[in-house]
Write a protein that binds this ligand. Structure first.
Ligand code: HEM
Length: 454
């Protein structure tokens, strides 16, 4: 027996449109509370039916158990692909599967081992630079920007080792930044597309992406012509061969995959670190315990996974931070055929909004979800978390390919940041969510950073 979940009236959807465009999170939370159910329907644009859900069983069904019936929506496969190209995040079906099979081994823990030292090296360089900038008297810095700079350097070093110049990196990061803005505008203000064209705004976005792609192609072609071995992700992508044909990807495919990895691989991690530093500022008891772990743990210059594994409390803290502030706060799928899960009918062509933030804050799934508590993620207690109540990296076959990469980077970065600095939220800093593609702090995050005298 299937049943219909509550559908928000068209009138209400139109009435709330501006609030939705500004910050959808409070509106989705209120609606779920009002309807008293973890799933509800809206009519997007007044025509398309869509289901918003934070129900772990529905989510597991869509992402994992019956994933073949669900593709990514056009927001990702067309909207995002228009700027980021056709890589793992923006493709579906057979093409995606073939690419995933090709690229997956390169992100295997063992393969990443050679990148851990590169990461650590890059983080230490950034720490030295930050120390010089802030000094021991304390300087107020926007941590959001600082973390983006740090993660940008780490991902670009892991991808290209030394084969990218500062200028090239700047062009590439500008391209990624502007394309994010462009995607969000296309999604949230589709009615003003003509205006963006007329004013030349669209041209700025298109031009920056064109230049970013030019830089990447240049790096790829240079590397292809070289015989030197670099042991970075670019070498891995160029060396990988399709199982069926034994052929390599062409340069455009490599370029598209790199652009996607570059875009997906730094802002998410930067947001997670920013929110973690904020939580530590708000919870001195957690900070004290973390500082103790950092003092007790020596990380060598060439760390291995076994060194990182010793930062167990740091991992719990980051886990809790990503529960409270999931960097990827929502994702979506579209149903290829009619389906049913837990008695809820799902219609062909319907968009499913998979509300990661909602599941992470659900009173049905967590004790006191508003309380920040890294103890939820001790090895003993973690086992009790229901499937898909906590999934910052998604789930099913499209689980984040960079999960291991991100964990290694975040744990190392947090370790060095806590070891070398004290952080304090700047007086008057307003903290508000800005859910764009990733969940950012709306007003940045000014913090006074003080280098420890050592
Ligand atoms: C804290 C950091 C990160 C978070 C929270 C995160 C989150 C996610 C999520 C939720 C998905 C699945 C989206 C969906 O199913 O619709 C995803 C996919 C993906 N992520 Fe991450 N990610 C992070 C870091 C990274 C890093 C460091 C990289 C690369 C170096 C990366 C590369 C990718 C790629 C390529 C995909 C697409 C996988 C596929 O569809 O086959 N991510 N990520």
């Amino acid at each position: 027996m299937s049943y219909e979940v509550h559908t928000v009236s068209r009138w209400k959807t139109i009435k709330n449109i501006f609030q939705f465009l500004d910050n959808p999170i409070p509106l989705i939370n209120e609606t779920i509370k009002e309807v008293g159910h973890p799933s509800y329907r809206v009519h997007l644009g007044g025509i398309n039916r869509s289901l918003m859900t934070q129900d772990p069983q529905v989510i597991q069904h869509v992402l994992q158990k019956n994933h073949k019936n669900y593709h990514k929506s056009k927001i990702q496969t067309e909207g995002l692909a228009k700027y980021a190209g056709y890589g793992l995040i923006t493709t579906d079906g057979d093409y995606w599967l073939r690419q995933r099979r090709l690229i997956q081994p390169g992100f295997h823990k063992k393969k990443l081992q050679s990148i851990v030292a590169l990461m650590n090296d890059e983080i230490l360089k950034h720490i030295a630079h930050l120390k010089q900038t802030v000094g021991t008297a304390g300087t107020t810095v926007d941590i959001t920007r600082e973390m983006v700079n740090l993660t940008l350097k780490v991902v670009s070093r892991s991808l290209f080792s030394v084969s990218i110049t500062e200028d090239q990196l700047e062009i590439l990061s500008y391209a990624v930044m502007t394309s994010q803005v462009a995607v969000i505008k296309d999604i949230r203000q589709p009615m003003f597309k003509w205006w963006r064209k007329l004013t030349g705004e669209q041209k700025v976005y298109d031009e920056s992406v064109r230049k970013g792609r030019e830089v990447l192609l240049d790096i790829i072609e240079t590397r292809k012509a070289s015989v030197e071995k670099h042991d970075d992700l670019l070498d891995m992508l160029l060396a990988s061969r399709y199982e069926d044909t034994g052929e390599a990807m062409n340069s455009t495919q490599v370029l598209d995959e790199i652009l996607i990895i570059f875009a997906a691989g730094h802002e998410t991690t930067a947001n997670a670190l920013t929110w973690t530093l904020y939580l530590l500022d708000q919870h001195p008891d957690i900070l004290l315990r973390l500082q103790q772990e950092v003092r007790d743990t020596e990380i060598p210059d060439q760390p291995g996974y076994e060194d990182i594994a010793r930062l167990a409390y740091g991992k719990q803290v980051i886990s809790e931070s990503m529960r409270v502030y999931p960097p990827a706060w929502i994702t979506d799928r579209i149903a290829l055929q009619d389906d049913e899960v837990n008695g809820i009918k799902i219609y062909k062509g319907e968009i499913i909004g998979i509300y990661i933030y909602g599941a992470h804050h659900s009173e049905d799934l967590w004790d006191n979800p508003a309380v920040v508590d890294p103890e939820r993620f001790t090895p003993e207690r973690q086992k009790d978390i229901p499937a898909f109540a906590y999934f910052p990296f998604g789930g099913g076959p499209r689980l984040c390919i960079g999960q291991q990469f991100a964990w290694t980077e975040m744990q190392l970065a947090l370790y060095h940041l806590i070891k070398h600095f004290d952080f304090q939220l700047a007086a008057g800093q307003e903290v508000e969510l800005e859910p764009l593609i990733t969940l950012r702090p709306k007003h940045g995050m000014d913090m006074t950073i003080t280098a420890r005298d050592q």
